[in-house]
Design a protein around this ligand. Structure first.
Ligand code: SF4
Length: 166
């Protein structure tokens, strides 16, 4: 079997749909025309351009907004705060990855449409939760097939909607 890896994106989906975690990890391509995804990209491109710099961490790119007292602040732009738990844990996961490479930082989630921001701090409790989630994601993605679909409100905007439900 190919080497399957946990990523920040999988952390995000873990809190939404575990079937989707499996589908993404196995490279099953979601519907790229999904308008909800496009809206997210558009907002990301239009907002917060001014302070922006990018750093690469393995295969992910993170937006670095500023440096404060020797620490970096990384940011993530989200289209809505509807899935804020997912967004918090995804950003915390990036902070954790950076910390393991010797870079301390904090995070800020931005919801430009709602004119809202939230700080994300990597506490010991969050690290314990992330360790647990990473183990569970590995368990999920090494299953031979995904769990059956379960109807949730996210399905409506999900790129796998047709795949799961037609
Ligand atoms: S359509 Fe629903 S069940 Fe299927 S992957 Fe998306 S969220 Fe999960």
């Amino acid at each position: 079997m190919e080497d399957l890896k946990v990523t920040g994106t999988l952390i995000w989906y873990y809190y939404i749909c575990k079937r989707e975690v499996w589908l993404m990890a196995h490279g099953i391509v979601a519907d790229q025309d999904n308008q909800y995804i496009d809206l997210g990209r558009f907002i990301q491109e239009q907002s917060y351009q001014r302070d922006r710099k990018e750093i690469s961490l393995g295969n992910i790119k993170l937006d670095v907004f500023r440096k404060e007292q020797g620490q970096i602040v990384i940011g993530e732009v989200k289209k809505s705060s509807k899935f804020i738990d997912s967004a918090r844990m995804q950003l915390a996961y990036y902070l954790y990855e950076l910390e393991q490479k010797g870079i301390k930082g904090s995070g800020v989630l931005m919801f430009p449409k709602e004119k809202k921001k939230e700080e994300v701090v990597l506490t010991d409790t969050v690290k314990v939760e992330l360790d647990k989630v990473v183990r569970d994601i590995l368990r999920i993605i090494y299953e031979p097939k995904p769990q059956p679909p379960e109807k949730i409100s996210y399905c409506r905007n999900c790129g796998y909607n047709e795949f799961c439900w037609s």
